[in-house]
Design a protein around this ligand. Structure first.
Ligand code: TRH
Length: 356
């Protein structure tokens, strides 16, 4: 089938990250023809860079306007149109669909959630005055919903420590053998300086991999360059491609992640993590975090449960680090459970079955 994915970048990288991962899975795991129309092509290209041309060249990454300016458009009407995160389709593109011989199906791909209510709404029709069928599709953890975005890398776990991406070789050479590795990709507002100072009070070496922009966040928060004891080494890495960032997550002992896509990758890496959830004005994120923790910690002991909740709500590391080993074992079991529950192929495969 032919798929058109519409991606509007509201902020940050998650919108592009999810669309690219979906496009790639549909194309390379399921042989689908995919085009992405994006209002910020440079960001999308950055995430998708470094991918084997055999994979990348089969997916068309196009500017938003190409969806209605492209002369080939009327003869290449898609079978499925994805509105990622409910973005609105360009009117002129929609007008082209009205005159297409065969009408496509439109999918409103929603935000990921662990909340129970999504089981009621997943797959429901969203009738439109224009008459083209449209449905809600909710990614999630439960069996009855749209699943998780499994991609070829998650399935093979093919992220060997030896294959250091060229863009990271210089920084990776600074890592100290035996030091615990922590990567950080969070939003402004995390109490990072205090968190790192507390880590510095522990009797262990930590190498802290700061993703693009995090060092500036730290300096802004403290108003000066932060000074930390010698057991803490800060290593700033550049913004890398999505594959390279997945590799970083797999090489660290602990990851701080955020949003939606890195949150899932951290779980598939099978390592303990802090999810810095996207903050919402109405505090809806607190309910979302609690719903996830309910599922994630269902099989955990009482002490691991309390320590994980403390860590996820930014308690200082000294308060919960004693549970790290148990948390590590739990993370591996959680990864195995996720893969088992998504053995049907997860989101891309469920989307295909839904459309069929
Ligand atoms: O960037 P995010 O915070 O994205 C979002 C947006 O805020 C979005 O509006 C919101 O709806 C959503 O979160 C919930 O976090 P996320 O989802 O983890 O996306 C980041 C993407 O960037 C992910 O695909 C990984 C990728 N990435 C790289 O490719 N290279 C890098 O160096 C880093 C740090 C990330």
């Amino acid at each position: 089938m032919r798929w058109d994915i519409f991606c509007q970048i509201v902020d940050n990288y998650g919108d592009a990250g999810v669309c690219w991962r979906l496009a790639r899975s549909l194309s390379s795991l399921h042989g689908q023809d995919v085009r992405i129309f994006c209002d910020d092509l440079p960001t999308l290209n950055l995430l998708a860079s470094g991918v084997d041309p055999k994979v990348k060249d089969r997916i068309e990454l196009l500017p938003w306007e190409a969806s209605y300016n492209n002369a080939r458009h009327p003869v290449k009407a898609p079978n499925v149109v994805i509105e990622a995160f409910g973005c609105e389709l360009p009117e002129r593109y929609l007008a082209g669909l009205f005159i297409a011989a065969e009408k496509p199906i439109i999918i409103n791909l929603e935000y990921l959630s662990a909340e129970p209510w999504i089981t009621e709404f997943h797959g429901k029709a969203s009738p439109q005055s224009h008459g083209i069928p449209k449905y809600f599709f909710f990614p999630g953890f439960q069996d009855e919903v749209g699943g998780l975005l499994l991609d070829p890398i998650a399935l093979t776990g093919d992220l060997s420590a030896k294959d250091i991406p060229p863009s990271l070789q210089k920084d990776w050479a600074n890592l100290r053998p035996g030091a615990k590795r922590i990567s950080i990709f969070c939003y402004p507002g995390a109490p990072l300086a205090k968190w790192l100072e507390d880590l510095g009070s522990l009797n262990e070496n930590f190498d802290i991999v700061l993703t693009h922009g995090i060092a500036q966040l730290l300096n802004l928060a403290t108003g000066k360059s932060i000074s930390l004891p010698n057991n803490i080494q800060l290593i700033s890495i550049p913004f890398v491609s999505q594959d390279e960032y997945d590799w970083v997550l797999a090489q660290c002992d602990f990851n701080i992640v955020r949003g939606e896509d890195s949150f899932i990758r951290a779980q598939l890496a099978g390592k303990p993590f802090i999810w810095h959830i996207y903050p919402q004005d109405d505090r809806a994120h607190e309910i979302k975090l609690a719903a996830f923790l309910d599922l994630y910690l269902d099989a955990a002991s009482q002490s691991l449960r309390l320590d994980t909740i403390a860590a996820m709500t930014w308690a200082m590391p000294s308060e919960w680090i004693g549970s790290l080993e148990a948390w590590n074992t739990h993370s591996q079991a959680w990864r195995a459970q996720l893969l088992e529950k998504q053995a049907d192929g997860g989101l891309p495969a469920r989307l295909l079955r839904f459309v069929a």
